[in-house]
Write a protein that binds this ligand. Structure first.
Ligand SMILES: [Zn+2]
Length: 210
């Protein structure tokens, strides 16, 4: 069997506090990840973190402009949310996103009809809940890890527990033989053509709705 792959993904950045700490841990472990940006969080300072992520081999993907409930939006509003984020990503990185993470993983058919990217969910560990400790986050990710998985984490402001958890998660997955890949690399290397209108948490299987 070939080496198992896993895609660490980080939502709700960029910022100048947590994003660089996540990048430090990835770099120390020769690992890459995928950052799903909220475009309204991009400032001249946080854009530097995005450039650093790209320089480290990470990919930048789309997590909307304002992080609203897009399943309650009109087609026009949905398109505007995605377009605004894509434009900022292209301006910073020169690369068009290929993947979209729906805010709150709230999805409906209008969204599928109006967003051309592959929809990503991911295996989470409730790392957006402040009371879930770093140890619990690490335990959950490590207990659920499997080949082809997309791990859902957050580099949002103040999320130090996830930084602490990553200090356990990344070296341990490495020890277990995992190769860290971006979402785009995951699909390419698995030889899987993403199906539009489906939601992925693992490259080898789609789910209807969480
Ligand atoms: Zn989010």
């Amino acid at each position: 069997m070939s080496q198992p792959m896993i895609a660490l993904t980080f939502d709700d950045g960029p910022n100048t506090v947590i994003t660089p700490l996540v990048l430090d841990i990835l770099k120390e472990n020769d690992a890459v990840g995928t950052f799903f940006l909220i475009a309204q969080n991009i400032t001249p300072e946080s854009a530097e973190m995005v450039r650093r992520a790209v320089a480290q081999g990470c990919d930048i993907e789309n997590h909307s402009l304002t992080h609203g409930f897009m399943d309650k939006m009109t087609a026009e509003e949905i398109r505007a949310e995605v377009k605004a984020c894509t434009e900022q990503i292209v301006a910073i990185t020169g690369r068009e996103p290929q993947f979209f993470r729906p805010p709150f993983i709230a999805v409906n058919q209008t969204m599928y009809d109006n967003i051309d990217y592959t929809f990503i969910c991911g295996a989470g560990c409730e790392d957006w809940v402040p009371t879930v400790s770093a140890e619990e986050r690490a335990e959950r990710v490590l207990a659920n890890a499997e080949d082809g998985q997309i791990v859902l984490l957050h580099d949002m402001q103040w999320n130090m527990n996830t930084v602490e958890a990553l200090k356990t998660i990344v070296p341990e997955l490495k020890k277990r033989g995992y190769r860290f890949v971006t979402c785009a690399q995951l699909f390419a290397e698995a030889g899987v053509t993403p199906v539009h209108g489906r939601l992925y948490s693992n490259v080898y299987q789609t789910i209807d709705r969480p």
